[in-house]
Design a protein. Structure first.
Length: 323
């Protein structure tokens, strides 16, 4: 009987810890809150061949087949080439997908060939969760729990078996459950309702709980849906500055050319582009904000949960979840 490939216990954590401590500093410089995003991309981001050309996978595969998607991925590669290391150039295609290379190496060590698909979505999800877990530990001095059983967390002891049983990242301890970060490398509009339903469940049981999302989504409309919902405290983007630069309004207008005021209102393309950019700037946060918020929360006294009042007294009928 042929054996099945199986990753060793703790493989992601030990592999990504080695990347962060030993492999990536010579490529990107020592880890800081300013370049943590580059560590995330070097670990998790990968490229995909479309029509004989390699594109960075910053959007879903089906959108990479479009001209607009390829243009966006091309601009992302240009940005990373000059921003992965300040003042220097790096070939992003040579730096990214460190977890993919390690994954293929582990398969080879066990006698398996490289997978046929460029990337297993489970690898991306696990790598993204784990690299944030490791980076938070290094930069904040506290390591989140990754995918803990929900029933082990304060306030969720009576949660139905198997229901939302594995939150992505949890801070701080099981008896001091303060912050939940749901990690989504990309988002699909049809799944937003599911994510908000999960947030509703968490919020109803623990009104004091901070609920955040860590994402690498590059579709403004999807980010708007998530970041404006009252059930979500904050949406942290891996690289908000890069996102904003890729969607800079008036980028096609030659330097020194004036912008007519009449084009900044209504449905004009200039007005639409600026409103989209301004919404992302106002509603989204980046990894630096996430690290700062965690440190503030660490120094904030924990609220005492009244076990006799399960819902904390909140009027939950006011929330209507679209599933």
């Amino acid at each position: 009987m042929a054996k099945n490939f199986k990753l060793p216990t703790g493989w992601y954590f030990s592999t990504i810890t080695d990347l962060v401590e030993n492999i990536l500093p010579p490529l990107l410089g020592q880890l800081t809150v300013d370049n943590a995003w580059a560590y995330v991309y070097a670990t998790t981001l990968w490229s995909e061949n479309v029509g004989g050309t390699e594109y960075l996978h910053i959007i879903e595969s089906d959108k990479l087949k479009s001209k607009s998607g390829q243009g966006l991925a091309g601009r992302a590669a240009d940005y990373l080439e000059t921003h992965l290391v300040p003042g220097e150039t790096r070939d992003p295609f040579a730096v990214v997908d460190q977890i993919g290379k390690a994954y293929i190496e582990e398969r080879a060590n066990q006698g398996f060939v490289a997978p046929k698909k460029k990337r297993d979505p489970n690898v991306t999800g696990a790598a993204f969760e784990t690299v944030l877990q490791v980076l938070i530990g290094k930069l904040c001095g506290v390591t989140p729990s990754r995918t803990p059983r929900l029933r082990t967390l304060q306030g969720f002891e009576l949660a139905p078996e198997g229901y939302h049983s594995r939150p992505d990242l949890v801070l701080f301890g099981p008896r001091d459950f303060r912050l939940l970060i749901s990690t989504k490398w990309t988002l699909r509009k049809e799944r937003i309702g599911t994510y908000l339903h999960e947030s509703y469940f968490y919020r109803r049981r623990r009104p004091d709980l901070q609920i955040a999302f860590g994402v690498n989504e590059f579709q403004p409309n999807i980010l708007w849906h998530l970041s404006t919902d009252p059930l979500v405290d904050r949406v942290y983007h891996v690289n908000k500055r890069m996102l904003l630069e890729l969607y800079t309004p008036f980028a096609d207008i030659p330097p020194g050319t004036g912008i007519l005021a009449s084009t900044l209102t209504g449905d004009h393309a200039n007005a639409t582009a600026y409103r989209r950019w301004a919404r992302m700037n106002d509603r989204l946060f980046d990894l630096k904000d996430m690290f700062a918020d965690i440190k503030v929360l660490m120094n904030t006294p924990d609220q005492v949960i009244d076990p006799e009042q399960e819902d904390g007294g909140a009027d939950w009928d006011e929330y209507e979840i679209d599933t």
